[in-house]
Design a binder for this molecule. Structure first.
Ligand SMILES: *Cc1c(COP(=O)(O)O)cnc(C)c1O
Length: 385
């Protein structure tokens, strides 16, 4: 087992549970993203919702990425971290007036509009400020992402996006609204997508949509393919950086771009997931009739993905080299869904052992809650421990 990547001696002095971020790995990941997207001149906007930790945001902003936001709070966090407003895109099915106004006041790059009703309000609020809002229509391309039902978004009659069948109506109305300007189309089909066939289908579908748009005399300057690239939760040590080369190459191979057209992406998980681990301590080992439970001081209040999405996280005992045993690894929260993994293989566990829940940098710290009146977890970084 590979334990060398963790400064275990230093961990012993820290109060658990906490998040630990490998800043080196984050930087290597960002360099890869820059290099691979740069080959084709693609624009990358980091999806802030994956992890809005201010230190990570400022590192990511430092690499010149834009930000993909889904709330006014995220727009503010992105601006505070140094992302330029000119590289901020803003999606979300339920944008409140103050959030739209915040985007307008900062002249963000684009509102990704998700319904006809929203289009009217963006137009109205922009008119009140005597501005023209740049918008992209978020379209449901009806491409199946083949991922968990709770994280698929690109199919018909989803709360997200505009159905293809209603696109014509929306475009007609758009033509009548003077304070919104159509600059692009946007799609986001889901998350943790590991099968490139889904992205191939998306690229081909967008080619078709472009033809439909042109048949109506509509041209767009920007194509935004959202995020969704998955990571390898089973092999965080061997595959710490996702295959961004293959991912961007799919679009380069298949897209039929018009002259001057710009291509955008919004990766979240693939940038931050592998650099983060949740570090916890074993409180008790409880021996049942047929099972052993390894009870941690971290629960779904710190990492909700297993409870919410049935997600797998690799779990390592950093303190033990003893024989591997099989445990249900659970948290202390008073809910039976507070289970990190059933029948997990772990080096024999003892009270006080340090446990790492790997690949927790995305949708981890940012989803933490104070349920059961717990404290929010702190974060520590490999370069300043
Ligand atoms: C969640 C989300 C993303 C990021 O998804 P990942 O799977 O983390 O890459 C990108 N764009 C939009 C609109 C989203 O809602």
């Amino acid at each position: 087992m590979l334990k060398g990547i963790f400064p275990i001696e230093k961990f012993k002095a820290l109060e658990t549970p906490f998040y630990y971020y490998d800043v080196e790995l984050l930087k290597r990941t960002l360099e890869t993203v820059k290099k691979e997207s740069g080959k084709y001149g693609y624009h990358v906007h980091y999806a802030v919702k994956a992890n809005a930790n201010p230190r990570l945001l400022s590192i990511i902003a430092g690499y010149g990425l834009g930000a993909d936001c889904v709330s006014g709070g995220e727009i503010q966090a992105a601006l505070d971290a140094g992302f330029p407003a000119s590289k901020i895109v803003y999606a979300g099915v339920g944008k409140a007036d103050w959030e739209i106004n915040l985007g307008l006041d900062n002249d963000i790059f684009c509102f990704n509009v998700e319904s006809a009703a929203e289009l009217e309000i963006v137009n109205e609020l922009a008119a009140a400020k005597n501005k023209v809002a740049s918008i992209a229509l978020r379209i449901n391309p009806e491409v199946d992402a083949h991922t968990h039902a709770k994280i698929t978004t690109g199919m018909k009659e989803n709360k997200f996006g505009i159905n293809l069948s209603q696109l014509g109506q929306v475009l007609d109305r758009l033509g009548e609204l003077p304070h919104v300007k159509l600059i692009g189309i946007h799609c986001h089909i889901g998350s943790q997508i590991t099968d490139m066939a889904a992205f191939r289908a998306l690229a081909i579908r967008v080619n078709e949509i472009q033809e439909e748009l042109e048949a109506r005399g509509v041209q767009v300057e920007n194509l935004n393919f959202g995020g969704g690239l998955g990571i390898d939760y089973y092999h965080p040590n061997h595959l710490p950086i996702p295959a961004f080369d293959n991912y961007f190459a799919v679009f380069n191979q298949l897209l039929q771009l018009r002259p001057g057209q710009q291509v955008h992406f919004e990766p979240g998980r693939s940038i931050v997931a592998q650099c983060g681990s949740l570090i916890a301590k074993v409180l008790y080992v409880k021996i049942g009739e047929t099972k052993k439970f390894c009870i941690l001081d971290a629960g779904f209040t710190e990492l909700i993905r297993p409870a919410m999405y049935d997600a797998y996280h690799r779990i390592e005992n950093l303190s033990s080299d003893e024989e591997v045993e099989v445990y249900d690894v659970v948290g202390p929260i008073c809910e039976s869904s507070d289970v990190f993994g059933k029948d997990m293989e772990l080096n024999r566990a003892h009270r006080g052992d340090l446990i790492a829940l790997r690949s927790a940098g995305a949708y981890g710290e940012v989803m933490a809650s104070q349920y059961n009146c717990r404290k929010l977890p702190k974060a520590f970084y490999s370069d300043c421990l």
